[in-house]
Every structure is written in structure tokens, then in C-alpha cells.
Design a protein around this ligand. Sequence first.
Ligand code: SAH
Length: 394
Amino acid sequence: MATITLNPGKERPVQQRHPWVFSGAVARVQGYVGRGDAVDVCDASGEWLARGTWSSGSQIRARLFTWNADEPIDEALFRRRLERALATRIWLGYSGEDTACRLVYAESDGLPGLIVDRYGAYLAVQLLTQGMAARAELITGLLAELVQPRGIYERSDPDMREKEGLPPGEGVLWGEPPPEQITTRQPGGLVFLADLRAGQKTGAYLDQAQNRVRVAAYCAGRDVLDCFCYTGGFSVAAARAGAAHILAADTSAPALAMLEANLAANAVGGVEPVEADVFKLLRQYRYEGRLFDVIILDPPKFAHAQNQIERATRGYKDINLIAMQLLRPGGVLATFSCSGLVSADLFQKVVFGAALDAQRDVQIIERLTQAPDHPVLLTFPEGEYLKGFICRVL
Ligand code: SAH
């Protein structure tokens, strides 16, 4: 096996079990290492630190799997880690034939580069590193054996694959191809249809599952505006909670069509889909003098790289400011950011800036984060990306 020697002073994060080795930390590589191969990592003095998989050309040169010199990166390791991840989800209460949850959350489950989402009898898999791509067959076989799904479908994020020098990865890996609509049961007794093949991400935004129920608790009898609604996660929850009227806005026509199907699946109505750009729609409503009791802002990721953070904060401030202006006194703003690069602290500052400019007193009522099937490993705080506030706007 090849060995990576780190530059002097670069051993600390590895010793603290952070699972990434950046290219700048690597002094030299001894021996031949192919894409995705296992490699040992040593400090500048040659002392063994950890073992991981190699990614040629990527900014993150190695993903670390073990800090135990006697533990090889083999089938037994993958089996142990997968079993542990599955056991955690069962322990969290994600069971039942039509459950939907993230079964494997990469680094947080000791499996850097691997994401597995379960939608009922089907799995959506993302192989995001050279190490995982090289082990596609091994992982597929283990998942088939341990989960016994009807089918396993690859739906790897193409941008992440590109950063690793990997071609796009999509298609059936094992078993039957998933149907266009898979019915799943999610927290709060809500039913959602997911399209693994054509939907965004791997078909649904599972990270918001519990938050939809939290936000819905403020919607009974209220006038709700659900911005960036996708297939209506928040709208369906609000309708079930007895909202008086809901406007659900998104730019994606297929997502709005699925929203209609989700409303039917939950036997609720009272939701008016609006195909529109939220940035423009909010301005139009302000011009028309429209007011709401509850506004939900769940935009897509605005910051994909360090140099986009400032632009992202401007985007967040813009929509939060106008949303506050559109709320009746005592109204509720449920506002989210899924940009990992925007910290909860920074996001709070942005919402603060919006409140100042809107000249409204705003109280944080609840702080929200990603669902428990997206756990955050203490040695890898980067695994935390979703934050939200439920605010009362006075
Ligand atoms: N709230 C949803 C998830 C939202 S994901 C849920 O609970 O499931 C973000 C959504 O924003 C996507 O559906 C995307 O189509 C939409 N989107 C992106 N840019 C937009 C824009 N400028 N205006 C309206 N929708 C937009």
C-alpha cells in the first residue's frame, strides 16, 4: 500500500480524526497509488496516523476511514459501518416498509463519499469520491444483502463527481428500476411521493421532514406563503394542520405537478400553486400590498464556494427583508439556509440585518436544524449545513 507523508505541522486535524487530507498538506506519496486505492497517512517524521482512500487531482486528496493501524479498508469494514448506520436509523424510529430516510450520511457515518437515501423499497445511492466509485459493486452487494430493497438506483451529484474527476453516475445499480412515484410515509403522518430518477437531489428533501411538522404547528387558520415549495413539503404539512389558505411558489413546473399529487395523497386542499421566481413574486406582493400570517423561506443552496458567501448573504437578506414586510403584526417567518458555508451565526446576523431594515421587532421562537437521520459527527462539523429559525415578527 502507498503512503502519504504530510508536511510538518499538518498532522493535527488527522490526529483529531478529521476525515479529510487536503492537497496542501501532502508532502509526498511513496509507492504507486491508483484512483480510489487505500493509502496510509504518516506525519512528517514517518509515524503512522490513519488510513483512507486516494483521490487523484481532487482538492481533498484522501478521505480517512480508520485510525486503527490493524483495520484494513475491506469488505468487513464496509459491512460494519453500514450495519452501524442502519442500526442508528432503526434506533431513531425509521422503520416500516414505506419509510423515507437517509440511511448513510457519508463522513457522519464513517463512510466518506457515500450517501444512501431510502424511499420505501428503493435506495438512491450517491458515490461521490474515487474511493466510493471504485467500490460501487462491493457497496451495492452489501446494501442488497443488508437492506433487501427492491432496487438500488445511483443518483450521484454531478458537481461533486466532477470535483473528483469522475463522470456523471446515474442509473440502476441493482434490482428493479424505481417507479416514477414512490409513496413514502414521513414524520407527522404525512405521505409524500418521490421520483428518484427525475426529482431534485435524490428525489426529496428529507432533511426538512421534522421541520415541516414544527412549522405547521403555527399554521392552523392562517394565511400561509410557502416560498421555494418544491413538491410541497411545508404546504402539505400546513394544510394538514388546518391552514386557511396557502400559496405555494416555485420555479419548477414538474415540482408543482408533484405538489398536486402530494395534496391528493394526503387528502387535503386549499393550496394554490404559483409558478414564479420568488425574488420577483415577493416584490410583486409588496407592490400589491398583500399580507400573510406565515411565510416560509426554504431557498436552494446560495453559496457553493467560499467566494460566494457574500453574494449568498445578500440573497438571504433580500428575501428575508421583503418577507418581514409582508407579514401581519405577530406573523411567523420560518426561514432556512442550507448553505453549509453560511454558519448559523452568520445566518442569524443576516436575519438581524433584514429586521433592522424592515423596522420590525423580531423574536426567534425556535431554532431548527437538519433531521436526525442526517447526524453531525463531532470530528466533522462540516456535516452540519441546514439551519433555520421560526421567528415571530412583531
Ligand atoms: N421546501 C421544499 C424544498 C425546497 S428546495 C421542501 O420542503 O421539500 C429549493 C426549491 O427552490 C427547488 O424546488 C427549486 O426549484 C426552487 N427554486 C430555486 N430558485 C428559485 C427561485 N428563484 N424562485 C422560486 N423557486 C426557486
